[in-house]
Design a protein around this ligand. Sequence first.
Ligand code: FAD
Length: 416
Amino acid sequence: MSSTTEVLVVGGGPAGMAAALSALAAGARVTLLERNEKLGKKLYITGKGRCNVTNLCGRDAFLEQVPRNPRFLNAALDFLSPADLVDWLKRLGCPTVAERGNRVFPESQKASDVTRALSGGLAGADVRLGAGVSSLMTEQGSALGARLDSGAEIRARAVVVATGGLSYPLTGSTGDGYRFAEQAGHEVTPRSPSLTGLVTSDAWMREAQGLTLKNVALSAAWPGKGRYREQGELLFTHYGISGPLALTLSSLLSGTDAGQAQAFIDLKPALDAATLKARFQKDAAGNGRRRLAGALTAYLPSSLAALFPGIAGVDGMTVMSQVTAPQRDALLGLMKRLPVHIAGLRPFSEAVVTRGGVSVRQVSPSTMSSRLIRGLYFAGEVLDVDAMTGGFNLHIAFATGALAGHAAALYALENN
Ligand SMILES: Cc1cc2nc3c(=O)[nH]c(=O)nc-3n(C[C@H](O)[C@H](O)[C@H](O)COP(=O)(O)OP(=O)(O)OC[C@H]3O[C@@H](n4cnc5c(N)ncnc54)[C@H](O)[C@@H]3O)c2cc1C
């Protein structure tokens, strides 16, 4: 069985829906193929169900949050800026609000409303659910369409590949687009999980699992002059550390031998070592009979205070007046520089995004078109672009999708 369309979009996530909407707006006939039973399955779980759609920081600040290939995004951000996306969503019936750190969420605080708004705008498109694509069809350097798992073929003037990356594969993102790109002759850079937890070999962290530390600093250094230090929130888990600070560091370490990094937690970033020592000495003098583990609750959350003497090799039952100077220095030294022994990153199944993908060197940044195959376009996480948390990854998906869809429509209409 075979059918024809002008613009064929493969993948119904944010990039694919934006591409289809944009191609429709440019006047093309559009078919959107999604292998799941519904559109935007990953969107539902974004932002813990609230969906942080974009970030209204300025262009420079936006690009600073994109550790790889940021300049590739300039034309896409010109085509659909964060403010444009906010307007677009509003017109589609999904007003938004900006929160702390310029992060934008739907006013309803429901990710499902973003999907509803986008899919509502697709009324004019032929949206096929349960339609997994098995391969692209190309001939003599031109895209011809796609073949479905069912064996059916859909012919098209232009094809947009928006199949996502490899993270959270249960949402449908299983990396098919990389295979399609390679079949079309594209280079695909190595992929690794990013924005994911850090596995550590520090046994005590398992005992601290569930504890969230606010206002601590995480620092790290790794070969090749890699450096990181940021203050914020950290979470201990059954495997090591997670939370915003760990996720950001995972993005920087993604694709490297993370075990080479030396990382430390500063549990008291607001106090320098001398101030901390003076405070401890005062406490020891005033509370000489207090047990160390109890006294440390003045410095640390109680569950960590209970573990802390053990980490420093000091008996927590020692009374404060008997804590020796070397023991005190060991304790306070660790409070300022607690080693984190990183063993690796958590897998794709838990990663927010994929690092690596279709090489941007073979994709035109002004249209998202393949430089190798006429009528072939790429958008979203399938590309070798990824960013930090804060709405940046979704914006990249929306902006590259909108640009790809528009350019694909113009190409299709010109070549009709
Ligand atoms: C838990 C979690 C929370 C997140 N929260 C945020 C957030 O708040 N803000 C933010 O900016 N980013 C967030 N992200 C990242 C963001 O979700 C992704 O960057 C974004 O979804 C990528 O969009 P995409 O359209 O490129 O790919 P996807 O959303 O992965 O969509 C790809 C679609 O293509 C379909 N598909 C794949 N292969 C085929 C095939 N062969 N045939 C047909 N269809 C196919 C898939 O089923 C899928 O629906 C989060 C990610 C996760 C995992």
